[in-house]
Unconditional design. Structure first.
Length: 458
């Protein structure tokens, strides 16, 4: 099948490359010539394990193409996937200008093309325009209306929400838990089902449904996962207040088969490009239809407050104004391991708060250093390519991301390098008793703090 992906961000690039990898002819369209130049040289503009190699193989095979030429990309496609950004404001209202601009271009391309003959010839069947970006319910209708402004020829609409986890996106696409397709008619649904057939031979389902329901599935899924994260963080707060241990509570609670353990890990709260935006979008959609989303409003508030509470641990340890002049090491900048994405990352909130208190920061992240340039941090903090070098003369270590290499470090080397052996662990990587034995003051989430080290450096 001939496919055009509009946008070479995370969703568009991974989706397009995976479609090409099973034999489809895929063109990835973007307005950024710098991105397209990189991709034509086999270099992905995003970090995702295995993606560079897959891009290079499919480009060499002639199945994957990258262009800034919208007219040719749209004309050749049987199916067009919209994967452009839908940034939201502080209140969660999505900006659809990029989606609607692409819709106008698609309408013009359809109008200048041969149109649908109404027969079975795939060369002349109506194009299917599929929205894969996460958009508010009702956006498909707006896109359909925008396309129709520019053409009298037929086209079909579809919705296909994505469920890719950054750091595991290729595996998620190739072996999906489920595929959700919204289609305006049975024929469109069947054509999209065939497109996904190679990826669902593991027996997992393809759900064909109405478009508004498909639009809502992504929001419902992410809102549920975000709720679980805020729930366990609220329980962790109660554990700290009453002297309970969140690890013990977690084991006792998640052994219930009705509950399970996924997304129930205490920490600094959720971040990234999806959960914060989607929770706010659900709140915004509620406001627009006159329904107060009380639960999700609380989920968002709990998540934002979680970072402030963690900063409170540093304030409590160092005292009022005590961080001024202190050097703090930070391990982990990305919002989670396996990605260079720092959008809404807890590390940004924590680092900004520490800088405001007069601390200096040296940070280490295996892949996300360069991402800080987009957030104005590059001139405010120092970086090190070595996790241990960040600790030299540090008065504290703050752990923001649970990268695997942080889980079993050389504690003796850490202690010798630091001015004070103090660790603030936002991901509960270590056991408090072990940290006491290693000679560290240790603060984590939902567990008894070790407020003073048993040994200190001379």
């Amino acid at each position: 099948m001939r496919i055009t992906m509009v946008g070479t961000g995370y969703v568009g690039l991974v989706t397009g490359t995976c479609f090409a990898n099973v034999g489809n002819d895929v063109t990835c369209l973007d307005i950024d010539p710098g991105k397209i130049d990189k991709l034509n040289n086999g270099i992905s503009p995003i970090y995702e394990p295995g993606l560079d190699d897959m891009i290079q193989r499919n480009t060499k095979a002639g199945r994957l193409h990258f262009t800034t030429d919208a007219a040719s990309a749209y004309q050749s496609a049987e199916v067009v996937f919209l994967c452009v950004g839908t940034p939201s404001d502080a209140n969660g209202h999505a900006d659809l200008k990029y989606v609607l601009a692409a819709a106008a271009d698609i309408g013009k391309a359809i109008e200048s093309g041969p149109g649908d003959t109404g027969g079975g010839d795939k060369e002349r069947r109506a194009k299917i325009v599929v929205i894969k970006s996460t958009v508010p319910v009702g956006t498909n209708k707006k896109v359909q209306e925008e396309i129709a402004k520019h053409t009298s020829k037929s086209f079909k609409m579809g919705s296909n929400p994505e469920f890719l986890k950054e750091g595991a996106a290729i595996n998620d696409f190739n072996k999906p838990d489920r595929v959700v397709i919204g289609a305006e008619d049975e024929g469109t649904g069947d054509r999209l089902r065939k497109l996904y057939d190679p990826f669902t031979r593991n027996g997992h389902p393809i759900f064909i449904m109405d478009i508004p329901s498909a639009e809502m599935v992504k929001y419902a899924s992410n809102a549920m996962l975000a709720t679980k994260i805020s729930f366990i963080n609220e329980i962790a707060l109660l554990c700290e207040a009453y002297g309970s241990d969140i690890d013990n509570v977690w084991r006792g609670m998640t052994s219930d088969s009705r509950i399970g353990n996924k997304f129930l890990y205490p920490g600094l709260g959720y971040g990234g490009s999806c959960f914060p935006k989607d929770v706010l979008a659900c709140i915004s959609m509620g406001e627009e239809c006159g329904h107060t989303t009380s639960l999700l409003s609380s989920v968002h508030k709990v998540n934002q407050a979680q970072r402030d509470r963690f900063i409170g641990k540093l304030d409590s340890h160092f005292g009022q104004g005590g961080m001024s002049g202190k050097k703090v090491a930070v391990w982990g900048i990305a919002f989670k391991p396996g990605t260079d994405d720092i959008r809404e990352a807890p590390s940004l909130t924590l680092m900004n708060a520490m800088l405001e208190r007069g601390a200096s920061i040296t940070a280490h992240d295996p892949v996300a250093h360069e991402s800080c340039q987009d957030y104005g941090m590059q001139d405010r903090i120092a970086y090190s390519d070595d996790m241990y070098e960040t600790l030299d003369n540090a008065d504290a270590l703050v752990i923001c991301t649970d990268w695997p290499e942080f889980k079993q470090p050389d504690f003796e080397q850490m202690r010798k390098r630091m001015n004070q052996p103090v660790v603030f662990d936002g991901r509960n990587l270590y056991y408090p008793e072990s940290m006491r034995d290693e000679g560290f003051a240790y603060y984590s989430v939902g567990r008894e703090p070790i407020s003073s080290a048993t040994t200190t450096n001379a």
